[in-house]
Design a protein around this ligand. Structure first.
Ligand code: AMP
Length: 398
């Protein structure tokens, strides 16, 4: 039987994007999402009040022929190949450093810990970034990483102490730890790695601490002081693997269904009419970074990501958190790349193809009717690639 060598995305979008469909991600498993354009009113379609999936990938996807569970009739050789692929990738991660992941030229925005939180939010938005390392200029030391989780913590603080709203604008980045304490969340361990240490070490540290990004911190030879070199994300690492290890990732032929890759039970979901605040509470409760937005038939319409919180509170508009998810998603930047879907018969090699070509942060697993089945986070993929078949209970338990 001939192998369908296309990525899930290519199968999803065999032709040009539907006219009027807003951001169609550059690659395959993409589900294009309408109404994410911030410049005008949401395009409405009959019966829909909110942005919805214009061309669900799975409607267009021909039934997988060879990339299915049936591939695994001869499970022995496939298992062997899979392990060979995993071993190849792991060896690669051990001989390459975190520094190798960095592009030749890149921009790094580091924020002084003394900056007002409100200003930091504007800086992130103006620079089109979603996180930044913090710098304690008094002690000339790295002081952690500002991420959307910090803004979610500020929102929780606002919910728990509504009388404090007048003071929230005065909070500085250095107060973030106090905010964590006040709302009773466990302060995140400030992890970092030396850029010249093996990349494998950065991956393990990320999995252990559940960090989705990790700063690379070096020490200046002359002054002995810390220097933040850059930040690498799970996406960057997986892309680095995908681009440099095609000979190994092509051996990962098992479908996600068989690997049990991702989460399929007890999924946190919301609807277009849910309030942003409700979705934030879900993200906190489940300790997750994205919530699929579904309709009453469990069909996937969109995805609300932790980073979508940032534009919601721009200018200190915390009271706008009662807005609906539909309204919030309409504020997404024009260049938003779309959301990515796959189905349970898609193979890991095809997912790596997608990561190689597109900026994927997670894949929503849908059935052929675009109904939600599960979600595969980059952390699920990284965990599988690093730990499958290894004795690593200290990480797996996380
Ligand atoms: P993430 O927050 O994306 O790094 O995901 C952390 C873990 O939570 C992964 O194992 C995901 O499969 C799982 N996960 C992500 N999103 C959801 C969700 N909406 N509902 C339930 N589990 C999720």
């Amino acid at each position: 039987m001939e192998d369908d060598a296309r990525t899930p995305a290519e199968r999803a979008h065999p032709g040009p994007a539907t006219e009027g469909s807003a951001p169609v991600a550059s690659s395959p498993t993409t589900t294009s999402v309408a109404g994410t354009n911030s410049s005008g009113p949401l395009p409405l379609r009959h019966g829909h009040e909110f942005p919805f999936v214009v061309a669900p990938s799975s409607y267009l996807r021909p039934k997988p022929i060879s990339r299915t569970m049936s591939d695994n009739r001869a499970s022995g050789p496939l298992d062997k190949e899979q392990m060979q692929g995993l071993r190849g990738v792991r060896e690669f991660l051990k001989v390459r450093t975190s520094y190798d992941v960095l592009p030749l030229s890149f921009r790094l925005v580091v924020l002084d810990n003394n900056l007002l939180i409100k200003k930091s939010l504007n800086i992130l938005i103006q620079n089109g970034i979603v996180s930044a390392p913090l710098w304690d200029s008094q002690n000339s030391a790295f002081a952690g990483l500002l991420t959307s989780t910090d803004f979610i913590n500020v929102i929780q603080y606002y919910c728990q102490f509504p009388d404090e709203i007048a003071h929230i604008d005065q909070f500085r980045l250095s107060s973030l730890r106090d905010i964590e304490r006040a709302i009773g969340v466990l302060p995140l361990e400030t992890v970092s790695v030396h850029p010249m240490r093996p990349l494998y070490e950065a991956c393990r540290r990320m999995l252990k601490t559940r960090a989705r990004r990790i700063p690379l911190v070096d020490r200046d030879d002359e002054t002995g002081r810390e220097m933040v070199v850059s930040v690498i994300t799970q996406y960057r690492i997986l892309k680095f693997i995908a681009v440099n290890n095609e000979q190994y990732t092509m051996l990962l032929k098992k479908p996600v269904r068989e690997l049990g890759l991702g989460t399929y039970k007890d999924l946190a979901t919301a609807t277009m009419g849910s309030s942003v605040l409700d979705v934030i509470h879900l993200m906190v409760k489940y300790n997750i970074s994205a919530v699929p937005i579904i309709d009453e038939n469990n069909k996937v319409l969109n995805l609300f990501e932790a980073v979508d919180v940032i534009p919601c509170i721009k200018g200190g508009a915390y009271d706008e958190l009662s807005a609906t998810v539909g309204e919030a998603l309409s504020r997404r930047a024009e260049e938003f790349g779309g959301i990515y879907t796959c189905n349970e018969d898609d193979r890991l090699d095809a997912i790596f193809d997608t990561i190689r070509k597109s900026r994927v942060h997670r894949l929503i697993v849908v059935d052929d009717d675009n109904r939600l089945k599960g979600i595969i986070s980059l952390s699920d993929i990284l965990k599988y690639v690093l730990l499958y078949g290894e004795e690593d209970d200290d990480i797996r338990g996380n």
